[in-house]
Design a protein around this ligand. Structure first.
Ligand code: SF4
Length: 325
């Protein structure tokens, strides 16, 4: 039945608005070449407590990562963009296109504390081949005399080896295990173990200060004495002089994605993970201490130092910065 217009007063009509229910990042970015290109308001951000890294501050020109590591601790950041911490993190990568300009501005009032690069997403993933933000970021850090570590799994970092060698920065290449079957299951988009070991050798050869981040060690999957020994042996064989072990963290976002895979691939381990991890996603301290000590001992056997990065002493950061983009 048609309602005669005169029967309804205009005041009674609901206010109709076209609700914009797109994810927050889509409202403030341009989708270009498959990447969400945005202008960061701030760049230097705090490393989450419990991440296990020596640096307290980080810079991530990319957020999200095509390497798609199941246990990546940065996954939860995508939720704050209105995206999910699982497949969206792997496929919807945010590019902070103004990162070099922002970093220069922030370094002008930075106290000098060392920075970690690439925690929110590998800074040499495919997006870097398109945007090439890293040379300018390295240049800004070198000019400011701020120590830094680039965390990566990608051999694209070799493009910038000459810049890095003279910059005061270091590269940490992640090699947590050497079993390719496990790598394909938990790091499906990342380069093979062999390519990463070759990357370590090439960086050392080109004079870049380089260490291996043996992270994340996966409880009950890559933590047997044999697996740890095989990994440390091959890391040493690649020419690394320092290995830094970190056991898997399961903060919100990472926890759900990793455990859903675990339930499918290794259902018998789910209860044991529940016993091993606390509510914050940290592994039991006794377990972590045991793994760290084992790797430390193996490193000594193979002539390497084990432990976190040793940056030159630096002043405290002068301003806190917490915003996401
Ligand atoms: S390479 Fe690093 S940033 Fe990228 S998904 Fe893996 S752990 Fe996360």
């Amino acid at each position: 039945m048609r309602v005669p217009l005169g029967a309804v007063g205009w005041d009674a009509l609901p206010l109709v608005e076209a609700a914009d229910d797109r994810p927050a990042i889509e409202r403030r970015s341009v989708l270009r070449g498959g990447f969400y290109e945005t202008q960061a308001r701030t760049l230097i951000e705090r490393v989450p407590a419990g991440a296990g890294l020596a640096e307290r501050w980080a810079v991530s020109p990319y957020r999200g990562c095509a390497h798609a590591c199941r246990g990546c601790g940065a996954r939860g950041g995508h939720r704050r963009l209105g995206l999910d911490a699982g497949r969206d993190f792997d496929t919807r990568v945010v590019v902070k296109a103004n990162a070099p300009a922002r970093l220069r501005a922030e370094l002008a009032r930075w106290g000098g504390e060392p920075l970690a690069l690439g925690l929110g997403g590998d800074c040499y993933q495919d997006a870097e081949a398109t945007y090439a933000l890293m040379p300018a970021l390295i240049g800004a850090l070198a000019e400011a005399g701020v120590a830094f570590t680039v965390y990566t799994k990608s051999s694209l970092v070799l493009r910038d080896a000459a810049l890095l060698a003279g910059s005061g920065g270091q590269v940490a290449v992640s090699v947590a295990f050497v079993d390719e079957r496990v790598r394909r299951a938990v790091e499906p988009g990342a380069p093979s173990v062999q390519r990463r070991l070759e990357l370590v050798a090439a960086l050392v050869e080109q004079g870049v200060v380089c260490r291996v981040l043996m992270a994340p060690v996966l409880p009950l999957l890559t933590d047997s004495a044999e697996q740890l020994a095989a990994t440390v042996r091959r890391v040493a064989g690649a020419g690394a002089s320092v290995v830094e072990p970190i056991v898997l963290r399961l903060p919100p976002g990472t926890r759900e994605w990793y455990l859903s895979w675990l339930a499918e691939a290794h259902p018998a381990l789910v209860d044991r993970y529940a016993e091993l991890y606390d509510r914050a996603g940290l592994p039991a301290s006794g377990y972590e201490a045991r793994i760290t000590a084992q790797i430390g001992e193996l490193a000594r056997v193979y002539g390497m130092r084990a432990g976190p990065v040793e940056h030159p002493a630096a002043a405290e950061a002068r301003f806190p910065q917490l915003t996401l983009l």
